[in-house]
Design a binder for this molecule. Structure first.
Ligand code: EPZ
Length: 423
C-alpha cells in the first residue's frame, strides 16, 4: 500500500487548479441510468470512487468509458445505459463505496426494480439509508431486506410528498432521480441544498426533467415519460478547493485555487478570515494568504450552506496551531474524529467529549508516522504533516485516492516536499 512521505516546514505558494467535484460526478453517473441515450460527464476527475461506480454500472450492462483530456486538461466519463439488463449492484463493489446506493432511485424509476447490497457503515458512522427507502415506499415501491441486499419493486413509481427527517444529500439526490420518471408530482420537504444537488438538478433538466426548487429545502419534481442523454460539465470540487486553501493557510503561505467557486465555499472562507487569514475571492478563483498567527476559533459543521462536515478534519488540523483555544463541533456524523488520535501523536492538544473537540493551539507539531482511516481524515493528516517539524509518513493513503486527484502533485507544485512511496 502506498504511503506519503512529507518533509514539513515549507510555506506553500502559487496556484493549483481544482478538479471536478467527486460528489457531483457520482450522482450524475447514476442519473445516466435514467437516460435513453449516452451521458457524457466533462471534468470527471481520476478517482477510485468514480472508477468503482463505473464498475457497478458495467456490472449492470452499461458501457462506461473515459476519454482523454480535452484542451483544458479535463477528462470525460461517457456512459451508455442502453444495454443494461441486470439492475443489480453486488456486495463486493458496494462494500467499497456507499455512494453506490445512488443507483437505487434511477433503477426503480427506469426498470421497475433494483437489488443492491445494503451499504455497510463506514469509519465515520452507521450511515443508514432509511430516508431513501421511506421515500421510495411513499412513491409506491415495495422494499425488502434479504441476505444483506435491499430489493425494490415498483411497477411504476408515482409522485408523493416526502418529508426528510434530516437533511440527506444522497437521499435527496436518489429521490429526485426517482421522481423524474414517476407518474405525477413529487414534493420533497427538508431537502438538502448542497451545490452537488443543484448540479444534478441542472443535468436532469437538460435531460428533459421538470424540476424546480433545487437549492432550497423544498424541491418539486413533475414526472416525465423519458429522459435523453446529454453532455454535462461538472462543478468544481469545493471540498478539494477548501483543502488546498487550508494547505496554504496552515503553512503560512499564499495559495490561489483556480477554477474554485467562492460562492459554494462561503462558510469555509468566512472561517478562514475569522482565523486571521486573508481571503481574496473572484469568480473562478480564490486566494488565501496568512502572515500573522492562526487565531483559535470555534467551528460547527451543519448542512449546506453551513460549514461542511467534509472540511471539519482539515480545519481542525489547521486549528491545532492556533494561538488559543477553540471548539470543533461535528453535528452530521457520529464518529468523525478519527483524525484526533493521529494529530495527538504529532503533539496536538485535543480533548474530545461527544460531538465536540476542544483544540488548544500549540506552537508547533512534530512529524510522525500516521495511519489514515477515512478520506477526509487522511487529508487532515497531510495538512498537519506539511506544517510539522520533521518528517511525516501517512500510511494507507488509498483512503485519500478515493477523493483527491493527484494531491501530491498539486501540493508539490505549490512547494511542498511530499512524495508517494509505493510499498
Ligand atoms: C454525502 O454523504 C457525501 N457523499 C458525504 O461526503 C458528505 O459527508 C455527506 O453527504 C454530508 O454532507 C456523497 O455525496 C457521495 P447524508 P451522504 O445522507 O449522502 C444520516 C466525502 O467525504 N442519514 O447527507 O451519505 C447520516 O447517517 C463523503 O466525500 C440517515 O440517518 O450523507 C448522517 O448522519 C463522506 N438516514 C446524516 O444523515 C438516511 O437515510 C447526513 O447524511 C440518510 C442519512
Amino acid at each position: 500500500m502506498d504511503i506519503f512521505v512529507i518533509q514539513g516546514g515549507e510555506r506553500l505558494s502559487g496556484t493549483a487548479r481544482v478538479s471536478g467535484a467527486k460528489n457531483a460526478v457520482l450522482p450524475l453517473m447514476a442519473a445516466s441510468l435514467l437516460a435513453d441515450g449516452p451521458v457524457e460527464i466533462v471534468g470527471a476527475p481520476r478517482l477510485r470512487d468514480i472508477d468503482t461506480l463505473g464498475k457497478v454500472l458495467c456490472h449492470m450492462g452499461a458501457e462506461v468509458e473515459r476519454t482523454g483530456a480535452d484542451g483544458d486538461g479535463r477528462e470525460t466519463v461517457r456512459i451508455d445505459p442502453r444495454k443494461i439488463g441486470k439492475p443489480e449492484a453486488p456486495y463486493d463493489l458496494v462494500k467499497t463505496m456507499r455512494a453506490s446506493v445512488l443507483v437505487l432511485g434511477p433503477l426503480a424509476a427506469r426498470f421497475g426494480r433494483a437489488r443492491i447490497s445494503l451499504p455497510g457503515g463506514c469509519a465515520i458512522g452507521a450511515r443508514p439509508i432509511d430516508q431513501h427507502l421511506k421515500g421510495l415506499e411513499l412513491m409506491g415501491a415495495r422494499t425488502t431486506l434479504a441476505e444483506g441486499y435491499v430489493e425494490v419493486d415498483a411497477a411504476r413509481l408515482r409522485g408523493a410528498t416526502i418529508y426528510f427527517d434530516m437533511k440527506t444529500v444522497t437521499g435527496t439526490e436518489n429521490l429526485m432521480m426517482a421522481a423524474a420518471l414517476a407518474r405525477g408530482t413529487t414534493v420533497m420537504k427538508n431537502a438538502a441544498r448542497e451545490p452537488e444537488v443543484c448540479d444534478l438538478a441542472k443535468a436532469l433538466r437538460a435531460m428533459g426533467a421538470d424540476i424546480e426548487g433545487d437549492g432550497t429545502d423544498e424541491i418539486v419534481v413533475r414526472g416525465v415519460a423519458s429522459l435523453r442523454g446529454i453532455r454535462h460539465e461538472v462543478i468544481a470540487d469545493r471540498i478539494e478547493a477548501s483543502t488546498l486553501l487550508l494547505a496554504g493557510a496552515i503553512t503560512g503561505g499564499d495559495v490561489t485555487v483556480a477554477g474554485a467557486d467562492p460562492g459554494a465555499m462561503d462558510a469555509v472562507l468566512t472561517k478562514l478570515q475569522e482565523s486571521g487569514a486573508r481571503v481574496d475571492a473572484s469568480p473562478g478563483s480564490v486566494r488565501v494568504r496568512r502572515e500573522g498567527p492562526i487565531r483559535s476559533i470555534n467551528v460547527e459543521t451543519s448542512p449546506y450552506p453551513g460549514f461542511p462536515t467534509d472540511v471539519q478534519a482539515q480545519f481542525m488540523a489547521y486549528q491545532c496551531l492556533g494561538d488559543g483555544f477553540g471548539i470543533v463541533r461535528e453535528t452530521i456524523f457520529e464518529n468523525r474524529f478519527m483524525h484526533v488520535a493521529e494529530l495527538r501523536r504529532m503533539g496536538a492538544k485535543i480533548d474530545v467529549s461527544g460531538s465536540a473537540a476542544a483544540v488548544k493551539g500549540v506552537p508547533s507539531l512534530s512529524g510522525a508516522p500516521l495511519m489514515a482511516t477515512d478520506l477526509r481524515a487522511s487529508a487532515s493528516l497531510v495538512l498537519a504533516g506539511l506544517a510539522a517539524k520533521g518528517t511525516t509518513e501517512v500510511l494507507r493513503i488509498y483512503h485519500l485516492d478515493r477523493g483527491y486527484e493527484a494531491l501530491e502533485d498539486k501540493l508539490s507544485a505549490l512547494g511542498a516536499r511530499i512524495a508517494r512511496v509505493r510499498e
